[in-house]
Design a protein around this ligand. Structure first.
Ligand SMILES: [Zn+2]
Length: 82
């Protein structure tokens, strides 16, 4: 069971009313697509889930380019400079 990150109580209440964030996270369900949110790429993605309630797929949709791609691009630039 994931533990939802702590937010100020009025905000927590609002998020819960609007899209059931707290109850979704407590039951490991994505707040957006409502699928199981149990598999994450890394600790960062797992932590993001406790904040936003988005599963890995939805995080990828929202945040776009993943970090490993970003690192590869950086390495390419370094090779070019050398
Ligand atoms: Zn999702």
């Amino acid at each position: 069971m994931a533990e939802p990150s702590h937010k100020a109580q009025p905000l927590e209440d609002l998020l819960e009313r609007v899209y059931g964030r707290t109850s979704s996270i407590r039951s490991n369900v994505c707040v957006f697509c409502k699928k199981d949110a149990t598999e994450f790429r890394d600790a960062l993605s797992r932590r993001e889930y406790s904040i936003s309630g988005l599963c890995q797929d939805c995080q990828d949709e929202v945040f776009g380019v993943d970090e490993s791609e970003f690192i590869e691009v950086e390495l390419d630039i370094n090779v070019t400079i050398d």
